[in-house]
Design a protein around this ligand. Structure first.
Ligand SMILES: Nc1nc2c(ncn2[C@@H]2O[C@H](COP(=O)(O)OP(=O)(O)OP(=O)(O)O)[C@@H](O)[C@H]2O)c(=O)[nH]1
Length: 203
């Protein structure tokens, strides 16, 4: 199984000319503000302070690039990949103009970042598919960008309801073959299928 054994913050950027030049396979994380994006990055990398976490929505407004060293035990291989933490979208107090700025920033990233392997779209398991999530998925489909969904905060609903909630969410988001992974950062559950997914994307 793949493990992320070392992780480093590389830089923050807005414009493509400032993106780090390295061409390692890249995975980007996106989602509405406060869904638990930073928490998920920290959990996956087992590095608490890597992405800043905060209970105040809308803290992440830049693209943050991270370098990750991975190891795969099964075949004794290792290598590097990059994570990009994309700014959160859809916080309540943000104006139309700010949202348009966000769309432009993200579109530029999708256009320029040829090493982008896949996007991890993060949603809160308790909230039905939101128009902002759907808009992002449409952008990805139009560009033919691969993605999966992570439904965070699975601990906030009864265990017996997780499977049905995930099914409804997949339907609401218009998913076809794309996987959806329920995860709880509080209980540290649901990560193995996601690690598996990363490993498959690298092979
Ligand atoms: N119960 C529970 N709380 C979680 C989980 N994941 C994240 N949280 C909490 O949700 C809040 C927001 O988490 P963040 O990781 O800062 O969210 P974010 O999406 O990075 O937020 P922005 O920086 O605003 O984009 C924090 O209080 C976390 O502790 C989870 O799986 N379960």
């Amino acid at each position: 199984m793949i493990r992320f054994v070392e992780s480093f913050f590389v830089k923050s950027a807005i414009e493509p000319s400032d993106y780090p030049a390295s061409a390692y396979p890249e995975f980007a994380f996106a989602g509405r503000s406060n869904v638990g994006k930073s928490t998920l990055i920290n959990l996956l990398t087992n590095h608490k302070g890597l992405a800043k976490t905060s209970s105040t929505p809308g803290k992440t407004r830049l693209l943050n690039f991270f370098l990750i060293r991975y190891k795969i035990d099964d075949n004794d291989s290792s290598g590097f990949l990059q994570f990009t933490d994309l700014p959160g979208y859809g916080y309540a107090e943000v104006s139309q103009a700010e949202q348009e700025k966000w769309r432009r920033m993200i579109n530029k990233y999708f256009e320029q970042r040829k090493q982008l392997r896949s996007l991890i779209v993060i949603v809160d398991i308790r909230h039905p598919a939101d128009s902002k999530d759907i808009m992002l998925l449409e952008m990805l489909r139009l560009r033919g960008i691969d993605y999966c969904i992570v439904a965070t905060k699975a601990d906030k609903i009864p265990k017996t309801k997780v499977a049905k909630t995930v099914k409804d969410l997949a339907k609401g988001l218009g998913l076809k073959e794309e996987p959806i992974f329920p995860v709880s950062a509080l209980n540290n559950t649901g990560l193995e299928p996601l690690y598996n997914w990363f490993q498959n994307k690298l092979s």
